[in-house]
Design a protein around this ligand. Structure first.
Ligand code: DI6
Ligand code: FE
Length: 440
């Protein structure tokens, strides 16, 4: 299968241009409050104008005050469409072989996640299928998953390894992640998750495998430029706190930022450890303690909420949202797309679930899939906000109010997407001669 990129796009040699240039003056936008920073304040009730030049947003403000130098540029009329920054999916395991619908069925028949793992299923069964797949096969499998996320306005995405668990197979996953970024013109941040599970050939030799991760796999993959961040699954059924720290030390030595699958099934104290290493994010955190929250706040670590995993596992132990809110810890929301616990391919559905299952407010959920998700990837200066000086990444929605983004589910709005300075999709028909087919 080849990647289903839009017909008018050309996979760029440098991995950027995927559609016509978005350069010009974008008028009559209605940005979601809190997700835009204007150069000149936009009075209430007035539309916003965004100037794009050379693929970057160069000015944001009221239409009446667009500087003269931009007046002659091409005009794109959004007709008052709701606008958000490009969405950011900050936690995915998108590249893997096979799928695990059988485990879904097992759990419905009564087995727990831990029982499935102990019975030889779980992560290790995806490891087998991933090892058997070639790089091209993994690319072909991941491409339509990525396309589904992109169709909803995702402009930056994290992709983890962790289903190879041996140097050549982890390399394969990370190389596919990089190739996806190039082929689809989307920002991909790669995360090395070698410490995801113990590979079968290391059964009972957890320390030996951790040494391999730290001393061979990570340095080799980092030298190849394949690692933007390092993650560990710190859990009873995965890696201990001490092993996690060993991996963090190896990452620190190489100057690579860390993040952590923390306190998903139990309180291991992982979040406090990660915060000590200045982690970008702690993810899952259903069993996060008050100490963990305080440590994350002090370190500026983002809390990444993954309602898709809670939903799939029918987990009733929810993350401590009220305490995180109270402490002022930034909360991101992500798909955690993976074949075991969250086969989710809609970030908007995750925003809906973050509201309905976790009781996030709409503004929290929308910041969670944009601004705070960007921070969880270290992309806070380039993504997650409509603001001058950033690469042009924004989405125009056929919706009339922000709450609709978290309200509908099972419905992909036909949006217009500007991704990395290109018009990657034009569901609103802004590029049509009559300037819009949706009557907005
Ligand atoms: N936590 C998760 O939710 C995924 N990995 C992890 O560390 C689950 C991965 C899987 O079951 O394949
Ligand atoms: Fe995960």
């Amino acid at each position: 299968m080849s990647p289903s990129v839009d017909k008018k796009t050309q996979p760029g040699a440098r991995g950027i241009p995927q559609g016509p240039s978005a350069d010009g003056v974008w008028v009559n936008l209605n940005p979601v409050p809190g997700l835009v920073i204007a150069n000149v304040p936009v009075p209430d009730g007035q539309c916003t104008c965004v100037v794009v030049q050379g693929g970057r947003m160069s000015w944001v403000g009221p239409q009446a005050q667009v500087p003269a130098e931009y007046q002659a540029l091409r005009r794109w009329d959004a007709h008052g469409a709701l606008a958000t920054p490009g969405l950011v999916d900050c936690h995915t395991h998108l590249v893997y072989g096979g799928q695990r619908a059988n485990e879904f069925a097992m759990r419905l028949a009564g087995a727990t996640y831990e029982e499935v793992a102990k019975a030889g299923g779980g992560i290790v069964s995806s490891v087998k299928a991933t090892r058997e797949a070639s790089e091209d096969e993994l690319f072909a499998l991941a491409a339509p998953r990525l396309q589904a996320l992109l169709d909803e306005g995702v402009c930056a995405i994290e992709i983890k390894s962790g289903y190879g668990l041996a140097l050549e197979h982890e390399r394969k996953q990370l190389r596919v992640a990089r190739r996806l970024g190039t082929a689809f013109g989307v920002i991909v941040r790669t995360t090395f998750l070698g410490a995801h599970a113990l590979p079968p050939e290391y059964a009972g030799r957890s320390q030996d495998y951790t040494d391999l991760v730290c001393n061979e796999m990570l340095p080799a993959l980092a030298a190849e430029g394949l690692v933007d961040a390092v993650d560990v699954f710190c859990e009873r059924i995965a890696f201990t706190l001490a092993e996690t720290e060993q991996v963090f030390q190896a990452a620190q030595k190489l100057g690579i930022p860390v993040k952590l699958h923390a306190e998903q099934l139990s309180d291991m104290g992982g979040a406090a450890l990660a915060a000590r290493y200045g982690a970008l994010s702690c993810d899952h955190i259903e069993h996060l303690s008050q100490d963990g929250i305080a440590a994350m706040k002090a370190a500026g670590t983002v809390a990444v909420l993954l309602p898709g995993a809670c939903y799939t596992l029918r987990d009733t132990h929810l993350p401590p949202i009220a305490q995180l809110r109270e402490a002022g810890v930034p909360m991101a929301v992500s798909t955690d797309h993976n074949p075991g616990t969250s086969p989710a391919l809609s970030l908007l559905l995750m925003a809906n679930m973050a509201c309905t299952l976790f009781r996030l407010t709409v503004p929290e959920a929308l910041a969670g899939i944009t601004t705070h998700a960007a921070r969880a990837l270290g992309l806070q200066d380039t993504h997650g906000l409509i603001a001058a000086g950033r690469p042009a990444n924004f989405v125009l929605w056929p919706l009339s109010e922000p709450a609709e983004l978290a309200y509908w589910y099972g419905h992909k709005p036909a949006c217009t997407i500007v991704r990395q300075g290109c018009v990657a999709a034009d569901g609103l028909g802004i590029d049509l001669p009559h300037g819009g087919r949706n009557g907005i």
